[in-house]
Design a protein around this ligand. Structure first.
Ligand code: FBP
Length: 287
């Protein structure tokens, strides 16, 4: 499995260099196509996808790859014992305005050739392309944080743990009148009364990363426009649910722990997502 993590690490370095050494207007320009989720695909989405697919396809222990930018799973080796899924470039609406984007990934161990749910994950993580490039990797034991320094990822914090309580909530309040579940508006009002502030970057990687480091509550609930939610289970929600569990936080689809949601038939299945510290999650759970 370390072989897979090493390759993901080097792919993220290539993507980081591409972002740092290219015209962000060009990278953020439309590729004149839509992905299976109906999103406008940006040039950088496709370039990042090609880098990861090319590098990961060389690994014999990988059975198949799943990507936000590919309609179907890409099968590699019948004898492979792992499936690797990734969002090659998360937050692509922020590329051309030079706001933090990222890559999200999860490594699933097949059991008798199948994946049951998010509990099949053996490692997950994300890379942040911001002021600095940082890589966060969670395995069964702990979560470590690395920073790209002189073209090498160096450990800057090991065994990350989320605070029990934060002071920031993150949710796109522009949707508050079309949320399907009344609890989200009640929670927002409850946290405002407790003098919480709010942040919404619009890149899941950035909003979730801040929530891990500062504590608090992040959510993208289903709504009248996105009745199943907007965030994809396989390569966005499951990976963060695994990471939040390892840092001592909570994840949910509004009903159950995201890791216990059955593996979807549609690999681009969307879901409501909650990622949170204990204090805010307890308030939400009792609404
Ligand atoms: P992609 O950029 O990978 O398609 O991800 C979707 C996303 O950008 C998330 O990163 C983010 O949390 C959400 O959509 C923002 O949605 P909205 O623009 O509706 O606030």
């Amino acid at each position: 499995m370390n072989e897979i993590l090493n390759v993901i690490e080097s792919s993220c370095i290539k993507i980081s260099q591409l972002i740092k050494n290219s015209n962000s207007n060009e990278l953020g320009s439309l590729a004149n196509e839509y992905n299976i989720s109906g999103d406008d695909v940006k040039k950088l989405d496709l370039m990042a996808n090609e880098i990861l697919k090319k590098d990961l396809s060389k690994i014999k222990i990988i059975s198949c790859l799943g990507s936000e930018e590919d309609k179907n799973l890409v099968f590699l080796n019948n004898s492979g014992e792992y499936m690797v899924c990734f969002d090659p470039l998360d937050g692509s609406s922020n590329i051309d305005v030079n706001i933090t984007t990222g890559t999200i990934f999860a490594i699933y161990k097949l059991e008798n050739g199948v994946i049951k749910n998010g509990r099949n994950i053996v490692a997950a993580g994300y890379c942040l392309y911001g002021g600095s490039t940082q890589l966060i990797i969670a395995n069964q034991e702990q979560v470590n944080m690395y920073q790209l320094i002189n073209n090498q990822f160096q450990l800057i914090k090991d065994n990350l743990k989320i605070r029990n309580m934060g002071s920031i909530y993150a949710i796109n309040e522009a949707n508050k009148y079309i949320w399907d579940d009344y609890r989200y508006l009640k929670l927002v009002n409850n946290l405002i009364e407790k003098n919480y502030t709010t942040r919404w970057v619009g890149s899941l990687v950035a909003d979730a990363h801040r929530t891990i480091l500062k504590g608090g509550f992040f959510s993208y609930p289903s709504n009248k426009i996105n009745p199943e939610g907007k965030i994809r289970l396989l390569y966005e929600a499951y990976p963060f649910a695994f990471i939040f569990e390892k840092v001592g936080g909570y994840s949910s689809n509004g009903k159950i722990n995201l890791l216990d949601v059955d593996f979807p038939n549609d690999i681009h299945q969307k879901t409501t997502i909650i990622l949170s510290s204990k204090f805010e999650f307890d308030i939400f759970s009792n609404l």
